[in-house]
Design a binder for this molecule. Sequence first.
Ligand SMILES: [Zn+2]
Length: 457
Amino acid sequence: MRVHFHGAAGEVTGSMHVVEAAGRRVLLDCGLRQGSQEMEASNAGPFPFDAASLDALIISHAHIDHIGRVPLLIARGFRGAIYAQRATAELMPIMLLDSASLAESDAARANRKRRDGEPEIQPLYTKEDVLAAMERVNAVPYDSRETILEGIDIAFRDAGHILGSSIVEVWADGKKLVFSGDLGPKGTPILRDPAPVRDADLVLMESTYGDRNHKDRAETIIELGRILEEAWRDGGNVMIPAFAVGRSQELLYWFAKFWNEWNMSRWQVFLDSPMAGKVVQVYSRHHELFDDDALSVWRGTPNPFALPNLRMTTSAEESMAINQVERGAIIIAGSGMASGGRILHHLKQNLGRRGAHVVFVGYQGNGTLGRRLVDGAKWVRIHGRDYRVDASVHTVGGLSAHADQRGLLEWYGHFEPKPALALVHGEDKAREALAGEIGERHGVEVALVRPGMVLQA
Ligand SMILES: [Zn+2]
């Protein structure tokens, strides 16, 4: 069994690895690179392999940096089956249709600026490409070993990162490969902890936070409650930029869990994201994937996804109507880094208000509006106009969807004997620190793989 590394090998996005075994070629993930313009432009470039030569595709989870190039793979000749955990299979079309509509509107904008004689710019892929890809998807439950090709078996184990997220086990040629996908931290609300796996010949493990440990989650939640109390006293609105899958659902979970303590019934809560609303429906269909704590929260009243004061707004008109509310509204909207999306018009409306509060609950990338606000900018530019920042800006760390160094060490620690290890999905600083720790504890060689490298199991 040989593994060829093509993406998320020395960086966090663009997950893509090819497994050669039993005379077949299987792709693990087919993710989009995200970040600088140069990285994003590379997504339209050729794949480092012939798409038609692949026999199957296995998806670890529905984040765009793991699935974002799947429609392109089909458009370029892939004719095999796609395997994904059941909830992942339901989340994929939601994420990919959104990605296609972004690509289509980007291309349309670029074409409007196009000069005479320049070639028309094509979107990365279209909604039709997404629908064609979805026809190839086979939904597989957790913990069920399946033969996907003659001589190749796989199983998905719960990775506890987002709903449906999976650790992938692959058996072929008498060897076993384990791909961690993205691993959640222990104690993520709603989801179970990452499943321990005990045997493998080769492990590919993510290393996003390989060099640090997260702040305590319980303290983070106390802080969130305190901010909401302060915001109520100040008499303004609370804006929470959040991505559609994971964090948005988690916030509703905390609101339900602390319904009485935080006096939540006095607020109007808006989930102002059509995509997050659809993701809520998928979560609602999959209570069997929830952990015991979540089930007890759901047994209580109110149900996190049906809070009596929750409105999930879909149309642009409904979203604009929120602008009429000057106080007492909690608005959760995308994008999570305030780099686009509906959160922008809420920020334009509220940043100049002294009683308003903006709460960042996730990582803010360099160059984003979120980062400028977190860094304390007094003026920010949105849609070509400058806005004064009089609102209070908070950063609530500690709600990460990724395991930290402690969690990664613990997960690898379950293997016995210790298998060969390749670190993927992490910047060099993070994976060097993690490789150092693992080398010291277990005396194993850790490969920091790069695009084009090959490892043999
Ligand atoms: Zn992920």
